[in-house]
Design a protein around this ligand. Sequence first.
Ligand SMILES: [Fe+2]
Ligand SMILES: [Fe+2]
Length: 193
Amino acid sequence: MATPEETLREYNNGLPDGLRRHIERMVEEALRLAAAHGLDEGRVRLAVLGHDIARAMAPEELLRLAGELGLNPGDEERAEPMLLHGAVAARLLLERFGVDDPEILDAVRYHTTGRAGMSAMEKVVYIADKTEPGGLKWFPEWSEVRELADRDLDAALLRGLDLSIERALREGWLLHPDTVAARNHLLERRLGM
Ligand SMILES: [Fe+2]
Ligand SMILES: [Fe+2]
């Protein structure tokens, strides 16, 4: 029987080229961070291979699947269904790909928004999604996050959240409450609150 990793690799072969290459580059980037911070490389690899399996779906498809999988989209997600692609991917991984490691599923679920109290694996997946070389082409300001991430995941995460929030404000995008909660949580800890 195929392992979840084999099944995922097979599935990812059918994704659009750009997305497939993003995932391949991100595996490298995330494994570099996993090694630097003593995380299990196999679990990090599985999280990265699974994180964008719903990224190429149309908005209506994401909303339909979210309903089918028992997710309960909030107002922000109904307005911007792409915000659901992490949560939908996590459910698909559990129900259709045999991935039942809760930490991997959370890393996938929160890879776009972040959330308060992220694990080291969640931080690595959140960061590597933007700091892989292709991501840096779109978000050159994230090279600072990449440098910070080598030695301090929290400092890198905080900078990354700031950049995401600044960009959302600049572009007039919706700001997900989990992103604000992630930043507040880090700041509160830093200030000893
Ligand atoms: Fe994504
Ligand atoms: Fe991604």
